[in-house]
Structure formats: C-alpha cells, structure tokens
Write a protein that binds this ligand. Structure first.
Ligand code: ATP
Ligand code: MG
Length: 380
C-alpha cells in the first residue's frame, strides 16, 4: 500500500476535530485540497494511480470525504473516460453547444454538470430539463415562458427557463424527445439567441449556454424525419460520446470503492471495500444500466451484507448466475482473443441447438477445426 498523507490546504469550515486529524501532512509532494463538503478538490491529483486514489478514499471515508478527479465527481481513470474528460475540459470554457450521447446511466448529466462547473458561467444557474417527461404545451411554457391569458390556466406572466438561466447553462436532457414544433423554436433560440414566450409578440434576448443529451441515435432520427437536420447540426457543434461501462471495465474497481464510501454514511455502515473476487465478478457483468445500475447493485448488497468487506457470498445469486456475463477483463491479447472465440462459438452453438455441423458452416470453418477449437477452449 502506498504511504498515505494528505495536505489540507483549504478547509475553512471543517470542525476542529476533523481538522486536527488531517493536519497538514505531505503526500509525495502532491497536495490535495479538501473543501467544506469534504470532497477532495484534487486539481493536483492528476498523476495519482487508481490504487493511490483508492487508498486515499479509504482513509478519508470515516469522515465522509471522497476524492474527486479534477472534473467533479466523475470517477474512473480508463482511457475511454480520460478521452471524454479531455474533450469536456477543452470545450467547457467555450460557449459551444455540446451534444452528449451515451446509454442510460452512463453519466451524461454528470458530464454536463462538469462542463458547466468548468465554464465561466459556473457561478450562475445550471438548469436541467427532461424534454421527454412533459407534454408539449407544458414543455413549451417551461422553456420559453408564457404571457397571462395566453392559454387556459395561464393566470400570470411566467418566465421560461431560457430566461431564468440567464448567464448560466440549460441542460436539455432527452433532446430526441422534443416535438417538431418546439424544435423550430429551439433552433431560433440557438441561432438568433432570442425566444418568443407563448402569447408574446416581441422576441426576448437570451444569454444562456445550451448543453443537450440523448441516448437515442439522433442521426437516425434525422434520417427517419423525426428530428430536424438543421437543429441536429446546430446542437452537434461538439459531440461527446460516453462509452458504456462494459467497454471500460477498468473503471469498475474505482467505482465500487467510490460507491461503497458514498453509501456507507447514508446506510450507517462501515464497509472497507469489496474483496477481489467480488470486484472481478462485477467487472464481468454487462451493466446495461451502466453506473446507475452498478450503484443500485452496490447499495442492495450493502443493505444485506454483514462484516467489514463485501464477499462473494453477499452477491445476489441472480447476478452471479447471469448468463449474460462477459469474460473478465484481461490486458493479455492472446487471452482476450481466446475468451472472445469461446464466447462466440458458444453463442453460435446455442443458436443452432448445439448442431456442430451447422455451427461449423456458420462459423465458416471445417468440422474438424471446430472440434479442435472445442477441445482447446474447453467447451463441452
Ligand atoms: N463516472 C462516474 N462516476 C461517478 N458516478 C457516476 C459516473 N457516471 C455516472 N455516475 C452516477 O450514475 C448515475 C447516473 O448518471 P447520469 O444521471 O449522469 O446518467 P445519464 O447518462 O444522464 O442517464 P439517463 O440517460 O438515464 O438520464 C448518477 O447517480 C451519477 O452520479
Ligand atoms: Mg440523464
């Protein structure tokens, strides 16, 4: 384990007991800053390895503190995630509209928030709006506002979020759900920087940065005529795609650590972590619901488990017996190729009801090669 020392450079509102414990110490000449919420503002921790970050988190956990990376509470150090953060950091200080894509639960809102927090609008509002959750008129009124008497129930003038967010950022979640008529209004807001509240005849100037997110394939929506191409191109000045968790399993150990420390105080538990076989098992699951699903599973396990460490016995059996597990991550290419071959052949065999002749045909190899592979790869 690496030696653990933290220098508290800014801890203005910590109580003296905590301050005393974490009095100024050095940690390999790198310094970490704790803020008043006990999150580590680790602008200086970029060079830390996962294991070092985990050690710090564990040591801080009794105090409810967690280590953040330098883009807010976005945990993970995999190459795909680092690439995402790099682009996000570059685009953050600009005024560019950003389209954030990725599966549900992959962290789109977290990235949007990080972009806002790293822009010069950070001290103004960040207003998230779920465009898929409201009927058309309500959404229009919420975004653009309305004038008194413009529709039944409009008892007073109402400012829309585009005006309320002045100087700040509006985050249009599930942008693919926005109805056609509002797509036109949104395009105008983005291009002319003005909006027309319902029932108002004079346009109003707005000063707001727009970030948008979708888990749909918007390009396809454009091809199908459901999403305006001009709006798509206007939103897509910059696209940030967050890869699904199963494509970056290296992030899972750190996320497990982070989630355990996150849930410890709220569940009044004191888990130190998860044992390596648990981590390996969790790394091999497909996580269709991404980090949100992992978060739920960890919380579920923590509610039921006893002891200091989460063990394989604490894992829900349904999870361990899932036939959707993907092979555990291995950096060794030969090993990885073998794992893939095995998984692929098993799938093809399943598809043809274990008919080996048929499988060999589909795989485009001879029957004898298939038998050799079955033996080599240990497929019964
Ligand atoms: N890299 C990460 N580190 C820490 N927490 C994460 C990370 N990615 C996602 N989360 C957490 O997972 C949950 C889902 O993230 P978020 O709401 O940003 O996903 P989303 O892509 O917007 O999902 P949806 O498409 O369903 O709206 C949140 O609780 C978020 O804090
Ligand atoms: Mg979201």
């Amino acid at each position: 384990m690496p030696r653990f020392d933290v220098a508290v450079l800014a801890a203005s509102e910590l109580d003296s007991r905590k301050k005393g414990f974490l009095s100024v110490r050095k940690w390999r000449r790198r310094f970490l800053i704790l803020d008043k919420t006990w999150a580590v503002r680790s602008r200086y921790s970029n060079g830390l390895k996962c294991s070092e970050q985990q050690t710090i988190n564990r040591a801080l956990s009794p105090f409810g503190a967690l280590m953040e990376n330098d883009f807010g509470q976005i945990i993970g150090k995999s190459k795909p995630l680092r690439d995402v953060l790099e682009v996000a950091k570059k685009v953050a200080p600009t005024q560019a509209t950003v389209l954030i894509t990725g599966e549900s639960g992959s962290g789109k809102e977290l990235i949007a928030h990080g972009i806002h927090a790293h822009s010069d609008r950070h001290d103004k509002l960040f207003l998230p709006v779920n465009c898929g959750a409201l009927p058309e008129t309500l959404l229009e009124s919420l975004l653009f506002g309305h004038m008194k008497g413009s529709f039944t129930g409009a008892f007073a003038n109402q400012e829309g979020l585009f005006e309320k967010a002045r100087g700040g950022t509006i985050f249009l979640d599930e942008i693919g759900e926005i109805p056609q008529h509002l797509q036109v209004k949104l395009l105008r807001a983005l291009e002319a920087k003005e909006i027309l509240p319902i029932g108002c005849t004079t346009p109003r100037r707005i000063d707001v940065r727009v970030l948008a997110a979708t888990n749909r394939d918007l390009k396809k929506e454009v091809e199908l005529g459901r999403f305006r191409d001009d709006l798509y191109y206007r939103l897509n000045v910059m696209e940030i795609h967050i890869p699904p968790l199963r494509e970056r399993p290296e992030d899972i150990p750190m996320l497990i650590e982070y989630l355990i420390q996150k849930h410890n105080p709220e569940l009044k538990r004191n888990f130190k972590g998860a044992q390596p076989p648990v981590v390996r098992a969790l790394m091999s699951l497909p996580w269709k619901g991404n980090v949100r699903e992992l978060d739920n599973v960890i919380e579920h396990i923590m509610i039921l488990a006893d002891g200091e460490w989460i063990t394989l016995n604490d894992m829900p059996p349904a999870l361990l017996n899932s036939d959707e597990t993907v092979p555990p991550f291995t950096p060794d290419l030969k090993e990885a190729v073998m794992q893939f071959e095995k998984q692929h052949i098993v799938r093809v065999l399943d598809q043809v009801g274990q008919d080996r002749k048929e499988a060999a045909k589909l795989l485009d190899i001879s029957l004898s090669s298939l038998y050799r592979k079955l033996e080599e790869l240990g497929i019964s």
